[in-house]
Ligand binder design. Structure first.
Ligand code: F0G
Length: 351
């Protein structure tokens, strides 16, 4: 038996690395594909969750970051930069440590979850908070990478997409074919682009018999692709996808149209309901943005868009521990009892 080696070693012949490339890895990928019993019952389908919060830094970003940092290192970069709603910065910070590189991150002030900020800090990233949103951060990061000696590791860097496509490979490898439908949250739209690329490659090589329909979901207050126009002041409690002008907009539309899928929006209320359902009924704790996929599936089912009997994979993109405020808010507070078995038993409803 051997442990999973990380996505580059596992899928080396499908990724842009050479035989001599030094791989920078935290052994990302190889994440669980968990059957979702309650969601399957509700939809009459076979629903699986691709649990990307199980990656080393707690999100799917690690798949792209192992590629981006590996290539930056190979090209001699001493420093990397990214704009982020939190997860990209956490991942970049960790992989930069492995590569011995400086990591700079630009984040929207006051709009990233505390756990993600803590990750960037503890990994020693240089953090600048910007008085603006993610889109402003990305504009600034692009400008800095064009004019200063620092490599951009956002998903506008095409090797990020290459790394992230491996999630689709893993799903096909586990199910022995592609699912009928793949459901994802959409923010900057890199991940839907990456999955579509991965599914297409496996289908082209006959490893999968078909490609799935791609269903993407944005938060209602940050849904530029659904509205067909840039959202100047995006808002949503799902801070990871609080993005008004996605960099991979056109690629997301291509994934949608070529796959016969759609991109729709879900309200914050629907996101939080799915977040609580995942935790309390499936045992899977995700961050709010991740629940947009499941919220979308449930919305589509209510609208009669989900034919029974289909095989569906929902990606849940990030770990719930990154942003636990929403787990605590609105939940009944724990009661305090004396060190006394009878009192404890009574409180637990056992007596
Ligand atoms: N879910 C989570 C948890 C994310 O962090 C992101 C993006 C998405 C979904 C959307 O993925 O951008 O590829 O469409 N987070 C980026 C960041 C923007 O900076 O961490 P996407």
């Amino acid at each position: 038996s051997r442990q999973w080696r990380g996505i580059i070693e596992e899928y080396r012949d499908r990724l842009p690395v050479s035989d001599t490339t030094e791989v920078i890895t935290l052994r990302e990928g190889g994440t669980p594909l968990v059957p979702a019993q309650v969601l399957s019952e509700r939809t009459g389908c076979e629903v699986h969750l691709k649990v990307e919060g199980a990656n080393p830094t707690g999100s799917f970003k690690d798949r792209g970051m192992t590629m981006a940092i590996t290539r930056a290192k190979e090209e001699g970069a001493k420093a990397v930069i990214c704009a982020s709603t939190g997860n990209t910065s956490a991942s970049a910070a960790a992989y930069a440590v492995r590569a011995g590189m400086v990591c700079a991150v630009l984040v929207p002030q006051g709009k990233i979850a505390l756990g993600k900020m803590g990750q960037a800090l503890v990994h020693g990233a240089k953090i600048l908070q910007i008085d603006g949103n993610f889109d402003d951060c990305l504009t600034l990061a692009r400008g800095l990478s064009e004019n200063y000696p620092v490599a951009l590791v956002n998903s506008v860097n095409p090797v990020r997409i290459e790394g992230q496509k491996t999630a689709a490979f893993e799903i096909v490898d586990m199910l022995a074919d592609a699912p009928d439908i793949h459901v994802l949250p959409v923010g900057n739209a890199g991940n839907i682009t990456a999955y579509w690329k991965g599914y297409q490659e496996y289908a082209a090589d006959g490893i999968a018999s078909h490609t799935p329909r791609m269903w993407g979901f944005q938060a209602s207050g940050s849904a530029p692709i659904v509205r067909g126009e840039v959202v100047k002041d995006p808002h949503t409690i799902a801070t990871a996808i609080r993005i008004g002008n996605p960099a991979s907009w056109a690629n997301a539309e291509r994934a949608r149209d070529e796959s016969g899928g759609f991109i729709d929006d879900v309200t914050d209320r629907q996101i939080l309901a799915a977040y609580r359902l995942l935790a309390s009924q499936e045992g899977v704790f995700v961050e709010p943005a991740s629940a947009a996929s499941v919220a979308g599936l449930l919305k589509a089912a209510e609208e009669g868009k989900v034919d029974p009997g289909q095989r569906i994979v929902c990606t849940v993109t990030g770990n719930g521990l990154k942003d636990p405020d929403w787990a605590v808010a609105g939940a009944p507070q724990p009661v305090t009892v004396p060190i006394d078995a009878d009192a404890a038993a009574e409180r637990l409803g056992l007596a």
